[in-house]
Ligand binder design. Sequence first.
Ligand SMILES: [Mn+2]
Length: 326
Amino acid sequence: MATRIETLASILRAAPGSVFIQAHDVPDPDAIASAFGLRHLLSSYGVESTIVYEREFEKIDAQRMVELLGIELSLASDVPTIGPDDWAVIIDGQRGNANMVDLACREVAAIDHHALRDDAAYRYADIRPEVGSCAAMIAEYFAEAGMAPPGLVATALMYGIFVDTDNLTRGVSDLDARMFYELRAWADADLIRKLRGSQITLRDLAMYAEALGKVETHGRLAFLGLRDADDSLVGAANDLVQSVDEVDVSLSYSLREDGIKLSTRSLVEAVRADELAKAIVDGIGFAGGHAHMGGGFIPATALPPGEPAEALVKRRAVAYIEGLGL
Ligand SMILES: [Mn+2]
């Protein structure tokens, strides 16, 4: 039986134009690592590809990862040749997601670990919502093909697993754990340690310091309000709130000119983080995620007049939690 990478490569060989690997907008370490690994795999099977993404990464570890591991990737807007003859593999996301810009090429394949969208069809789809990281799926492609990943690829994949599973504590599947273990043989532990040492910048730290003093709680639900924080910082700050002993479910949000960005986390089975995010944005925004982590956005233009945005998201979060009988 053909391995996954053989199947994908044989489909892509028929591309009339170039092959692109598209990571989601504002790519995170898992998306970057997965694209990096897939590019190497495809190249070994005679398919050359270019990694593209939309909207620059925000967190410093993603930027350091690209620099330290020598990962080549381009902003889609810097690749003006993308056209209908080109084919793309979407990685760590799916066509139609709010964080996946629609490029001019044809999206023929998707490799992802988020919930399956039923509105897209591909020639090749490997979508496994039960896996904690896309990087573990790509690591498995190497294992299945009997290939040892190059050291830098293994390092990237290991870091991707690390970040998406919050240090192997969130949504970890057997595959994540097994691949993490296998990658240890080739990954560079010093580089992983360096990346761990570049989580936030001094500017981020100042923003955290200000916001953390103002965390509010409602029972075991906590709120953290930020101003003009970018998407990844909202999530990272929320992880910190989630680590507080008295907090089971946390909502962090950032008020921005274009709207309000949300991040949700849950430690308890009774509350799904993605459902909480969807309940907050219901009818006025979009949201998604997993059982333990979610996110969403309400555009400023959709915010109903008469109620401050902060009050609205808190009120809706409390109503949702209370509606669950908690
Ligand atoms: Mn991911």
